[in-house]
Ligand binder design. Structure first.
Ligand code: HEM
Length: 396
């Protein structure tokens, strides 16, 4: 077993050397890790074919954390889509799927474009901006509040809860203080959404309305409704911010690709896929648990052992992506796994792609000159998410 430390600054600043060593030397790496499940650790898989096989294996691998945690400790998170197996997963995904379909998000496009133009107007006036605070953070918050039916004036509060919840989840930062902050945020956020769900009686088409109207078993139990609210808020927030910031940074660090995109704006969808592959917003999945003995690649897994798929390592596997460390906005095929695969493939994929497509199209149309003001922005000390600390830019 090679010693690998996912908790060092050199890993946070460049995880790709570590991922390369994992792919080449082991494929499966056992990470000792004490968490609330008491499972002791997990197998982390880094090769593309192993990652895809884990994501698609719903027969021998379960995402249901309730199998691992004693009943008294379950929280709303244990009832989310991400922690449900069929048939519960099938039922819940059918219940909240429609607003995330192509038709479901089409009506949001005008609103998204207006918000993006407004954010760009403000940035143009200033000239020097911090892209994360001034653009990437406010956009997904506005969109998710609108879709869920959460009052926009509560966005700041929701953002702070999100930060506390996610910081406690990221193993690189785990500590008692963060654990405490996470429990408090979970309690407050649960009370907030339970209140919203109980006050909706006249459905007007938001996700909260949809859940409130179906708040009776067998459609949806109260902990399930609450769980989906928490998941959507978290999932819809952080990852899209990272896509926008990481994508902008990668374009600016590859000026020839940036020029190619400016000259060929119709390549925007392909460029977004390459941004997702190159700096995956979510680096790995949360753990799943083996329910029967199985083999992934050359590794035997015993029932009860946890596994995680390192999406960002799979996305740089040279067996799948020729010259994987090159950022190529015209890459084809580009079957990255940044949105996962199988039944848990990201529900918000179309929404995230729509936000990113309109954002990069309008940013490049309206801003003929964009430059990094610091040579090398730093990455946050996190191993689950790939997120910049800040992205200061100068606009010409
Ligand atoms: C660039 C942006 C995004 C990325 C990279 C991303 C990534 C992912 C990944 C990798 C998964 C699968 C995790 C697993 O299998 O363990 C997932 C699931 C999910 N995502 Fe996203 N996501 C993004 C945006 C969003 C948005 C905007 C929403 C909703 C507002 C969302 C909602 C969800 C939900 C509900 C699931 C669970 C699906 C299920 O278990 O059936 N995501 N996402």
């Amino acid at each position: 077993m090679i010693p690998i430390n996912f908790n060092t600054d050199s890993f946070f600043q460049n995880p790709y050397l570590t991922y390369q060593r994992m792919r080449e030397l082991e494929g499966a790496h056992w990470l000792e890790h004490q968490d609330h499940t008491g499972s002791g650790g997990m197998w982390m898989f880094s090769r593309y074919c192993d990652v895809v096989s884990i994501l698609r294996n719903t027969q021998e691998i379960s995402v249901d954390t309730k199998r691992l945690i004693k009943q008294a400790k379950w929280t709303a998170f244990d009832y989310t889509l991400l922690h449900s197996d069929p048939p519960d997963h099938t039922r819940l995904r059918a219940l909240i799927g429609a607003p995330f379909s192509k038709d479901g998000i089409r009506h949001l496009e005008v609103r998204i474009t207006r918000t993006i133009d407004h954010l760009i107007d403000n940035m143009v006036l200033r000239g020097e901006v911090e892209f994360q605070q001034d653009f990437a953070l406010p956009l997904p918050v506005m969109v998710i509040c609108e879709l869920m039916g959460v009052p926009f004036e509560d966005a700041e509060r929701l953002r702070n809860w999100t930060i506390d919840l996610l910081a406690g989840l990221d193993s690189a930062l785990a500590s008692d203080i963060l654990h405490e902050r996470r429990s408090t945020a979970l309690k407050e956020m649960s009370a907030y959404f339970s209140d919203l769900l109980s006050r909706r009686h006249h459905p007007v088409g938001t996700i909260i309305d949809l859940l409130a109207a179906n708040l009776e078993p067998p459609s949806c139990s109260p902990p399930e409704a609450l769980g989906q609210c928490l998941l959507l808020l978290l999932a819809g927030h952080e990852t899209t911010v990272n896509l926008l910031c990481n994508g902008m940074y990668t374009l600016l660090s590859n000026p020839l690709e940036l020029e190619k995109l400016r000259a060929n704006p119709e390549l925007v969808d392909r460029a977004i896929d390459e941004m997702l592959r190159f700096e995956s917003p979510l680096q790995r999945t949360s753990f799943r648990v083996a329910v029967s003995p199985l083999r992934v690649g050359t590794q035997e897994i015993q029932p009860g052992q946890c596994v995680s798929a390192v999406l960002a390592a799979a996305n740089r596997d040279p067996g799948q992506f020729p010259d994987p460390d090159r950022f190529d906005i015209n890459r084809k095929p580009n079957r990255h796994v940044s949105f996962g695969a199988g039944i848990h493939r990201c529900l918000g994929e179309k929404l995230a792609r729509t936000e990113a497509r309109i954002a990069f199209t309008r940013l490049l149309e309206r801003l003929p000159s964009i430059h990094l003001t610091s040579e090398k922005p730093r990455w946050q000390s996190r191993s689950l998410f790939r997120a910049l600390e800040a992205l200061p830019l100068q606009l010409g």
